[in-house]
Design a protein. Structure first.
Length: 198
């Protein structure tokens, strides 16, 4: 297999998935000895090249993990007549340190009695923001917007006659590329947490 190595300002090496459900991460290297490896190399070759560069103590390299795909959730739009994709974490997002997860928040008024969230990961978005390329369902979550609903997964989803409670979704991305979402009903004071892709 032929590898093309060139001097560049930034070296990005795609590491294979770290677990069966963990997202692939891009790993850029910055420093005085910078290279770019052909991404067509197989996973073992990419890891070997990355380790060889990281082992070069004279190169003064810095390792930075990056989220390599787009993570998001499908949402209703136009009073339920359309489905859109809300990209929460974009490709090339630098993964945070161990003690400081990266966070994103969404807030809105509920339009239904139960929220049905389909979390999705894809390798690309088209010009209209729709997922394309390699796609993976990351999680299927039900959350009761009505505190009286006990079994959200089996309760039929119904549109509310008026504005529902204020809902907040808080997403955190950790150093391993694992996403956790906390969904809160701000008006009635309860929340649930879901770890996705773990």
């Amino acid at each position: 297999m032929q590898h093309h190595i060139e001097r560049r300002r930034q070296f990005t090496q795609m590491l294979p998935n770290r677990g069966a459900h963990a997202p692939a991460n891009a790993v850029p290297y910055h420093g005085s000895a910078q290279y770019l490896a052909d991404r067509k190399a197989d996973s073992r070759s990419r890891v070997a090249i990355g380790l060889a560069i990281a082992a070069d103590t004279d190169a003064e390299l810095t390792l930075v993990d990056r989220y390599a795909r787009t993570f998001g959730v499908f949402r209703e739009a136009a009073a339920g007549r359309e489905i859109t994709f809300d990209a929460i974490f974009a490709p090339d997002t630098a993964l945070p340190g161990r003690d400081a997860p990266l966070t994103r928040t969404r807030a809105y008024r509920a339009a239904h009695n139960v929220g049905h969230y389909r979390f999705f990961e894809c390798s690309a978005l088209d010009a209209a923001g729709r997922p394309r390329g390699d796609m993976t369902l990351f999680g299927d979550v039900h959350f009761p917007f009505d505190a009286n609903v006990e079994a959200a997964a089996t309760t039929p989803v119904e549109r509310l006659a008026s504005d529902g409670p204020r809902i907040e979704e808080s997403y955190s991305l950790d150093e391993r590329g694992i996403v956790e979402v906390v969904i809160r009903n701000l008006d009635q004071g309860y929340e649930r947490s879901f770890k996705l892709g773990a």
